[in-house]
Design a protein around this ligand. Structure first.
Ligand code: UT7
Length: 329
């Protein structure tokens, strides 16, 4: 029997209409379009506005577009995995809320792996497919990063935006996820985190100290990101005997253009084969890779070797090698 691969068979994305440009940020903090563009590659990001709208709003829009594209009903989906670091609530899971919106009673859960959440989710979906018990899995990466940003902190608020991207995963005998390299290292927790949770219940003191916002030691995280994203991608190339010429496209997590460039350089992949959309959306955490797939889908051909690479809080990082399963019409 041929091995069963988990193939991406459709992609969709959704971003809010409201844009926060570098020039808008110049009015909020001491920064400049020139600084942000040259240090990060970001020009603008999308912000979800509206009362009681959360990550589920982003995810539901992306997943609904995905199902519509494939003419599928929610009831036909076997599993929904939502990669998010900004769930609507402490509990229940955002995936539960997505399922309610698409009329599905499928198993559903969130995974918390920061910016690596989507690649973690793909690796999990792949193993559910290999079990033979799941035929249609939705993996959605979604984050409303504006909900944890301090818009008076220029070190962080310039980096992030809101968005969601979703993929449908189905079994395939020829194409799909071939290999995955996944890692974590909890010693990174002091360098990148949002301290809201059971060890840090919301208190007046915490609010007064403004400790409930996203925190990052940018310089240190930058070094870890460059080292680990590139080494995960390199090890997937080595394990699968892939030369840089064998790779049709690199789809990297979009945190900083300089991290993307360093990763591509170490892999020997030319800029024309690197999918980049950081200028439009900034860092959308769990959503960067599926939003990139959404933006670049038309360029991918059936059988293309794609490599994904991500690094994020935790630390978490990983790389995926997959064979693209379809030509976009
Ligand atoms: O996705 C999760 C993983 N996250 C990442 O991968 C992000 C990793 N880190 C980064 O992308 C970069 O470290 C940043 C973009 C956050 C910062 O870039 P940098 O080149 O590392 O700058 P820096 O932190 O070393 O700051 C350089 C200078 C500092 O001034 P002094 O101390 O040299 O006088 C900062 O205060 O730039 C200053 N600065 C700014 N200036 C204008 C920091 N933020 C800003 C700003 N506008 N927004």
């Amino acid at each position: 029997m041929s091995p069963l691969y988990a193939a991406i068979t459709a992609v969709a994305g959704w971003v809010p209409e409201d844009k926060l440009t570098n020039h808008d940020l110049e009015k909020l903090v001491e920064t400049s379009d020139e600084w942000i563009t040259s240090r990060t590659g970001i020009k603008e990001r999308r912000i979800l506005k509206g009362e009681n709208l959360g990550t589920s709003t982003l995810a539901i829009n992306a997943v609904s577009a995905l199902l519509e594209k494939k003419n599928l009903k929610g009831s036909e989906v076997d599993l929904v995995i939502c990669a998010t670091s900004t769930p609507d609530m402490g509990f229940i899971s955002t995936a539960n809320i997505v399922c309610e919106a698409i009329n599905s009673n499928a198993m559903s859960f969130d995974i918390s792996a920061a910016c690596s959440g989507f690649v973690y989710g793909l690796e999990m979906a792949s193993n559910f497919i290999k079990s033979g018990n799941y035929k249609k899995i939705v993996v959605v990466g979604a984050d409303k990063m504006s909900s944890v940003m301090d818009y008076s902190d220029r070190n962080t608020c310039i980096l992030f935006g809101d968005g969601a991207g979703a993929v449908l995963i189905e079994p395939n005998e020829e194409y799909g996820l071939i290999d995955a390299v996944m890692h974590s290292d909890g010693s990174g927790k002091d360098l990148l985190h949002v301290k809201r949770g059971s060890a840090y219940p919301i208190s007046l003191e915490q609010l007064a100290e403004e400790e409930h916002y996203f925190y990052q030691d940018g310089k240190s995280v930058f070094k870890h990101a460059v080292t680990n994203m590139a080494s995960a991608a390199e090890s997937i190339m080595k394990r699968n005997e892939l030369s840089s010429d064998d790779i049709a496209y690199l789809i990297p997590h979009q945190a900083n253009l300089r991290i993307i460039d360093a990763t591509a350089k170490r892999m020997g992949v030319g800029k024309d084969r690197v999918c980049i959309n950081i200028e439009k959306y900034g860092n959308t955490t769990g959503a960067t890779i599926p939003l990139c797939l959404w933006d670049f889908e038309k360029q991918f051909k059936k059988g293309d070797n794609l490599v994904f690479a991500a690094f994020g809080g935790g630390f978490t990082w990983g790389s995926i090698y997959l064979k693209w399963a379809y030509d976009s019409e």
